[in-house]
Design a protein around this ligand. Sequence first.
Ligand SMILES: Cc1cc2nc3c(=O)[nH]c(=O)nc-3n(C[C@H](O)[C@H](O)[C@H](O)COP(=O)(O)OP(=O)(O)OC[C@H]3O[C@@H](n4cnc5c(N)ncnc54)[C@H](O)[C@@H]3O)c2cc1C
Length: 338
Amino acid sequence: MILQSGARVAIAGAGAFGSATALILSRLGFKVTVFDPAPPGENASGVAAGMLAPAAEAVFDAVSRGHLPVLRRARDLWTAFAQDVGIALDRQGLAIEGDEAFLAKVEAALVEAGARFSRTPTGLFSDEDWRLDARSALSTLRGAAIAAGADFDARGVAAFSEGRVTLDDGEVLAFDALVVATGGGGGQGLAPELAALTPIKGQILRLETAMAEGPVLRGQGVYIAPGSRPAVGATMEAGRDDREPDPAVVEPLRIAAERLRPELAGAPSVIEVGVRASTADGLPLVGKSRVPGVILAAGARRNGWLLAPLVADMVAAYLTDADPGEDAAAFDPQRFEG
Ligand SMILES: Cc1cc2nc3c(=O)[nH]c(=O)nc-3n(C[C@H](O)[C@H](O)[C@H](O)COP(=O)(O)OP(=O)(O)OC[C@H]3O[C@@H](n4cnc5c(N)ncnc54)[C@H](O)[C@@H]3O)c2cc1C
């Protein structure tokens, strides 16, 4: 697909993928409209802990074992991307604490993954993982995309065919291409490749008590991202796409967090819920759909923030017939077919 500057591109979804893509495409001179019926930040991108965490993901998420090289590549793009847009990156790394058996298992996984780490008096430390504030980063991205010329429209995309987008209120608008960045649900019908996605509900606790800034802390079955409202996460409820908070399901996270940091006991908290999407191999669907004119940017699992600049660059490459880079085959939207 070769689109020239000035071509009209619709994006379905204003999460990290859709917003980063809107910024990159607008700067390339495309006329971009981002459609999303949800209020800004009311999605997985808005509730995420904001970790840009290649090491933690490659070690603590079984499906992401072996993905360290691509996750590192994605993280490294953040340096220039964040500086350019004005998003603050926290590079204080990852601290891992727990009993001997847990630390031995994690150390073996870090070695197997090839992640950089050291032993410390309290456990293990890796400087590979960074962090951002997800909600404010999303708002900054949206502002930057608007400044670059993108429009945001609070309607959903119902269909795309032959250069026409049908919106959920029935209006039909002409666009040269559609980018499907619909996250963990809502895009069904826009591209057959989305059938490869499974929703994964994620609940996260935000504690209403400050915890001194420092590395993200990982223990058995839990992480704590410190700050003014520490994030304690997160559940992985495969097959669930509802956003109902469930205190009973989150309770083990609270108990695990209090075991790690007893001073957090009794802290008031709220539960926030987002729905991720995942493929069987944990990597997203990025590339051309079998539906002409449709590009996919969906299925981010636990890494949507980490992957966003990489995915936005790849979408731009597909639209302009440039080289999508070395991750094209691994992210191929048709890789689960046949
Ligand atoms: C609790 C939790 C913690 C997480 N922590 C991290 C983390 O620390 N680091 C990290 O990298 N990732 C993390 N993630 C994962 C990350 O949040 C997701 O991978 C990422 O936000 C997905 O971004 P997205 O843009 O693909 O989807 P979303 O953010 O879900 O956005 C998709 C948008 O598409 C819209 N939409 C749906 N259907 C339509 C339609 N038909 N038309 C128009 N719009 C539509 C939705 O309303 C939604 O706003 C976490 C997720 C959860 C739930």
